[in-house]
Design a protein around this ligand. Sequence first.
Ligand code: GLY
Length: 385
Amino acid sequence: MEHIAEITTQQLQTAVADILAVLKPTMPKFTHAFRDSNSRHNFYPATPNVEWTTGFCTGTYWLAYEATGDALYKDAALVQVDSFLQRIQNHVDVDHHDMGFLYSPSCVAAYKLTGNQTGHKAALLAADNLMARFQEKGQFFQAWGTLGAKDNYRLIIDCLLNLPLLYWASEQTGNPAYAQKADAHTKTSLAHLVRQDYSTYHTYFFNPETGEGTEGITAQGYRNGSAWARGQAWGVYGLALSYRYTKNPECIDLFYKVTDFFVDHLPKDGIPYWDLDFTDGDGEPKDSSAAAIAACGMLEMAKYLPADKAAHYTSLAKQLAASLATGYAVKSPEVSDGLLLHGVYAKKSPYNTVTNRGVDECNTWGDYFWFELLTRLSKNWELYW
Ligand code: GLY
């Protein structure tokens, strides 16, 4: 990427004001219902509490509550927290590993910010649900599908963001098992997902009989050997969070290398195309959410680094924030009811297994991490993760 002027205080304040101007008028539509995972032509359909993405809607309201102190956002978030308790109690679309994505920004946040007991209860139930997906043979949380099935016996890099829920559960209950399993999953992930050049696999398969790692395969990246931009970004933020909870120095070393691979493959304006195989002139869409996620990870890890390294990664995060503010953030509710334009949920390639979805659209995690990034740059933020 080219050097970009870091985001200014004025830009930061304007970006938060723009977010609130979009968020507030849409609250009647998105309180008892949620935003779908991605927009259609930049506007979100409403959806019930399903999929892995609804926690970001609630998390966005918590960030708005922190930014304004306005009870309107808190009340809407708490309506959604009730829905998350019902979802886990009734076991609605929770046969997968994404309990952290769902329950950290919604229910853990509710408890941390307001002491809400419904959120506390729901988040602990979600942690238990995730624990049931731990595979002793291989030592990892199985991401998707029927437990133990050979064709789904794999972990994925995204799961690093699901683990803070388990560290929180250990802290709250005094039961070390949650944190122990999270540690084991991290160890397995780092041993298999990071390649020799510090690009990362999206998913990695294991032999269900022996637990041995077998092969890295992409789901949402361009090809098995490429670095899916959002996967690499999950790696950046995941390593920062893993260090926060484990203090394992290997996470710092890998953070430098995985983050530098990401940064070295950014195009001119610092916002990646959906796979790091692509650059300017290839005619592929960008994934703005990957930039927001990676920048949040850089700011988190900067807390634990020597001063020169902390300054370097903080500056990069501020440069990415400036680029997002200038070219990607929604500046008017007429343009979109999302917060961050130009994301990609999934794009089909000759070598992956997905169909096109949310290509060049807003997505709820892009919106959320954009707001988290601005919040991190505005104050000393206490994490929901
Ligand atoms: N965690 C799924 C995704 O990033 O699309």
